[in-house]
Ligand binder design. Structure first.
Ligand SMILES: Nc1ncnc2c1ncn2[C@@H]1O[C@H](COP(=O)(O)OP(=O)(O)O)[C@@H](O)[C@H]1O
Ligand SMILES: [Mg+2]
Length: 234
């Protein structure tokens, strides 16, 4: 087991992820092409296998990466970029290269979460950005030799931190924006449907992330349950 990545078998179903319509369509197309990748490749048709998920925190990027792996029945290797970006100058590029050697990601999903951690290298090495260049080059090399039957997914809340040359390598770039009112309403309905009607009395907010919405609802439902129980005691 490496400190730099871990294999994950988390159970996230794509059906439980809420998407804006255009994102959902692109993911469905991506999945279909992967299900039929072999025949498409026989005709020398390109099948996209590199996805960049970007946008607001708490909107489903990590969840989506895991759900795609599950849907395609592939293992997912989650690369811990924070630990890859070593505090020791000069180690990061070496770490990146060792991931590609060590992890056997043939026919798997290789997932760089918090891809923008790479940007922090600039802080360690701000006089000359040679380490940054080495790391970007190591990743570009990985991408250019990436196996066709594997999938590379990177996620970031800060796409502006990421080198243009890297961004361009991803065939699919999907934005995870804050959910619209309609989508969030559907999300609230789904969350609340698990609880008896008497606990469903909550105040909803809009213009927030799914993750914030979930916290907001759970806090209120918990308090509804607790005050109900307390009333029973009195
Ligand atoms: N699009 C979504 N659909 C359903 N639940 C979501 C969605 N986005 C976030 N959540 C909820 O918020 C949690 C955190 O989401 P996560 O995927 O880690 O967001 P991100 O990686 O974009 O910061 C998830 O585990 C899930 O409970
Ligand atoms: Mg995340």
């Amino acid at each position: 087991m490496s400190l730099l990545y871990f294999r994950d078998r988390e159970n996230v179903d794509l059906e439980n992820v809420f998407f804006e319509h255009s994102v959902s369509e692109q993911i469905q197309q991506f999945l279909k092409e992967h299900q039929f990748a072999e025949i498409l490749q026989q005709y020398e048709l390109p099948v996209a296998n590199k996805i960049l998920l970007y946008g607001k925190t708490g909107c489903g990027k990590t969840m989506t990466a895991k759900a795609i792996a599950k849907k395609l029945n592939k293992n997912i290797f989650i690369v811990n970029l924070a630990s890859v970006v070593s505090s020791k100058l000069g180690e990061t590029a070496k770490n990146v290269q060792s991931i590609f050697k060590e992890s056997n990601y043939e026919n798997s999903v290789l997932f760089f979460d918090e891809f923008d951690s790479l940007g922090q290298i600039r802080d360690y090495d701000n006089k000359d950005s040679s380490e940054m260049k080495r790391v970007v080059n190591a990743i570009l090399q990985l991408i250019d030799n990436f196996p066709k039957n594997s999938i590379l997914i990177a996620a970031t809340n800060q796409i502006q931190m990421i080198d243009e040359a890297l961004i361009r390598r991803f065939e699919l770039r999907l934005e995870f924006a804050l959910p619209s009112k309609i989508v969030l309403e559907a999300f609230y309905d789904k969350l609340l449907s698990k609880f008896p009607a008497k606990y469903q009395n909550v105040e909803k907010q809009y213009g927030i992330s799914f993750s914030e919405a979930k916290d907001l609802i759970f806090r209120q439902v918990k308090n509804n349950i607790i005050s109900d129980e307390m009333n029973k005691l009195n």
